[in-house]
Design a protein around this ligand. Structure first.
Ligand code: GRF
Length: 208
């Protein structure tokens, strides 16, 4: 089966990396992970190495140099799609236009609510009762590209750690499915995704 080559950019805990890795182990998942790029030593970096992925650490560089180095690695590995998963640097418009419509991001809020940082804190301080995440295409403006999928759930506790655990639980289900759909629809331009049953979870809504 033809598979798209994926790269993940990560700077954090790596739960989405793990979820994408697990999905990509399925025979009929249309992507395979070829390259992980981290901008610092972090759990995602260690996880990627322990899973034996080609893992590049590109740290201590300004964004221009980071992107030049990353671009070369991406071309070398024939990457078709970049998935940002907790990647804590803002990519330049130049890099985004080089990879136009080929970069996805998962953002921890129901966009267009709360772009930018500290979304969980903003949710709690504004007294919201619902929280969730968005997978979107990355464009030149922060957290504002085309929305491909969202999760939403009722907040059950004002404890930040519980909130983050909850949000990630649903992100880890959502992101691989959005990637699956994106590859079939936008890269392979086939309607095969239609044969997949959408995931249903208790206590949350996943829409993609
Ligand atoms: C996620 O909550 C994602 O929405 C945000 O960064 C976090 C990354 O988590 N962009 P992980 O490193 O995948 O566990």
């Amino acid at each position: 089966m033809n598979k798209a080559n994926l790269s993940i950019f990560a700077s954090g805990a790596g739960t989405n990396l793990l979820a994408i890795h697990k999905a990509s182990m399925e025979k009929d998942f249309p992507g395979r992970l070829k390259l992980v790029i981290c901008n610092k030593i972090c759990p995602a970096f260690e996880l990627s190495k322990s899973l034996n992925y080609e893992t590049k650490l590109i740290s201590n560089l300004d964004i221009k140099k980071f992107e030049l180095t990353a671009h070369k690695e991406l071309i070398k590995k024939k990457v078709d799609l970049i998935c940002l998963a907790g990647f804590m640097r803002v990519l330049s418009p130049k890099f985004v236009s080089k990879w136009k419509n080929k970069i996805l991001n998962i953002h921890p809020s129901i966009l267009p609510l709360f772009p930018g940082l500290n979304t969980h804190e903003k949710i709690l301080s504004n007294g919201l009762k619902i929280h969730g995440s968005t997978v979107h295409i990355v464009n030149e403006k922060l957290d504002s590209g085309k929305i491909l999928g969202q999760s939403a759930f009722a907040i059950k506790s004002n404890d930040l750690d519980i909130l983050i655990d909850d949000i990630k639980k649903y992100e880890n289900l959502l992101y691989p499915e959005v990637i699956r759909k994106y590859i079939w629809t936008f890269l392979f331009k086939e309607d095969k995704f239609l044969k997949y049953k959408k995931i249903h979870v208790d206590n949350a809504v996943l829409s993609y």
